[in-house]
Write a protein that binds this ligand. Structure first.
Ligand code: FIX
Ligand code: ZN
Length: 424
């Protein structure tokens, strides 16, 4: 963190861009949603060129530029998948998409050739990295101080590591992810029952109380900074289904007792093309009146909210103006492209001032934070400069200290305050 300085003189309009970009570069951000894993979670953590190239965003793009059938692609080794993607999207075609250009930005950040005909040099470099020493270097290149993970207590690979005792890491904050419980109860209630929680197929009787006990056990184990769930575009609340009952009787009371927010990521159309596996999800406009009823009905709860449909963004801003227990965050997934990030961020600044969280990376592979945060800074610079320029034009001077305060609020303290009590 830059050392605090006394208030600096007001800036001329011509000085704003340099001040904004310097403060964006100097302030380490908190990445409030990723799929990265702390070192003690072992091989769950993905890094290196083959993982970067086989990211599900790039797999989806491959099938548009190469005739290979998905089933045939999935039968290839990870190395062969990466070679095919490199050849198809980076050699035979120009890597102009957000996700392909991102890989070139990572290579450039490490001084590696982004126009190589093959992956020999890149593989040699990444194979020589030692993860624990490497992570701080990657975070420094990305300009982030810490990331928030996605941790699934019912994941058969991850849960046992936590149950054996995973060493915490101050740069990786845990999150209790609830998709299997809230969205797929029929498939997953037996896993809870097998662990001694008295739940049943229809979530009746002691089930919601037992889910609350399960959440309590995992809160003690993980010390999560929030709980989270991804929700379909069809999400309704309340309805007469299991998810509404679990939210009302287990999850929301648990969040209140732990003093942590619930993150709602709304608007996914799951597996519209199952052949693409993780790349098979799409987007749908959601009915955000469900969010209105949650925010109004549970004023003691705090909700981090990201919506996947561009068409839902403006109404999310309006709801955030009505309910201060809503915190819009990020330009999620298919929205994390400069053309859309600009639209969303400008309307948030216009309607919410600096009381929102502009971005998260959603990184699944460690080095992705390098390009995702470079892109955020590159997109945010002109937007903030323009915002301050309008303010100067309308008669209010701006100082460097104020710009530093605002960027710190947007990318650090909004989250730190909204998450509530510090993780133990
Ligand atoms: O639900 C989520 O956390 C989504 O971000 C992921 O499921 C999605 O695959 C993703 O990585 C988007 O960027
Ligand atoms: Zn995610």
């Amino acid at each position: 963190m830059p050392t605090p300085t006394a208030a600096l003189p007001s800036l001329a309009r011509s000085e704003l861009a340099a001040a904004v970009n310097a403060e964006l570069a100097a302030i380490p951000f908190i990445d409030v949603h990723t799929h990265l894993f702390m070192p003690s979670l072992g091989k769950l953590g993905l890094w290196g060129i083959d993982e970067l190239l086989t990211y599900h965003y790039l797999a989806a793009e491959l099938f548009r530029s190469n005739p290979i059938a998905p089933d045939e692609y999935w039968r290839l080794s990870k190395r062969d998948q990466a070679d095919l993607i490199w050849r198809s999207l980076f050699v035979e075609n120009t890597p102009v998409s957000e996700a392909t250009r991102g890989v070139t930005a990572v290579l450039e950040a490490f001084g590696l050739r982004a126009d190589a005909a093959d992956l020999r040099e890149a593989r040699q470099f990444f194979a020589a990295q030692e993860p624990v020493a490497y992570i701080p270097k990657v975070f420094e290149l990305a300009g982030i101080s810490e990331v928030v993970m996605t941790n699934d207590p019912l994941d058969p690979l991850e849960a046992p590591i936590w149950e054996r005792g995973a060493a915490p890491d101050s740069q990786f904050h845990a999150v209790l992810r609830l998709d299997r419980i809230l969205n797929k109860w029929p498939e997953h209630w037996p896993a809870l029952a097998s662990k001694g929680y008295a739940v049943d197929a229809h979530c009746t009787g002691s089930s919601t109380g037992e889910v609350r006990r399960f959440l309590s056990d995992w809160q003690a184990r993980m010390r999560p900074v929030y709980m989270a769930v991804s929700l379909p575009d069809t999400f309704q609340f309340p309805d007469d289904g299991v998810r509404s009952r679990l939210l009302a009787e287990a999850v929301l009371p648990a969040c209140r007792s732990f003093n942590i927010p619930l993150s709602l990521m709304i608007g996914v159309r799951y597996q519209v093309n199952p052949a693409l596996r993780l790349a098979g999800d799409a987007v749908g406009r959601a009915d955000l009146s469900a969010l209105e009823r949650l925010a109004a009905g549970y004023p003691e709860n705090r909700f981090l909210v990201s919506v996947l449909s561009r068409e839902n963004q403006h109404e999310l801003c309006v709801y955030a103006r009505k309910f201060s227990n809503l915190m819009p965050f990020g330009c999620w997934w298919f929205l994390n492209n400069p053309s859309i990030v600009e639209e969303i961020t400008r309307e948030r600044l216009e309607m919410l001032g600096t009381s929102f969280i502009p971005q998260h990376s959603d990184a699944r592979v460690l080095e992705q934070v390098i390009y995702k945060w470079r892109n955020t800074r590159r997109t945010l610079g002109p937007i903030l400069t323009n915002t301050y320029g309008l303010l100067v034009e309308d008669g209010r001077a701006v100082t460097r200290t104020e710009i530093r305060r605002d960027i710190t609020r947007l990318f650090r303290s909004n989250f730190e305050q909204f998450r509530g009590a510090k993780a133990h």
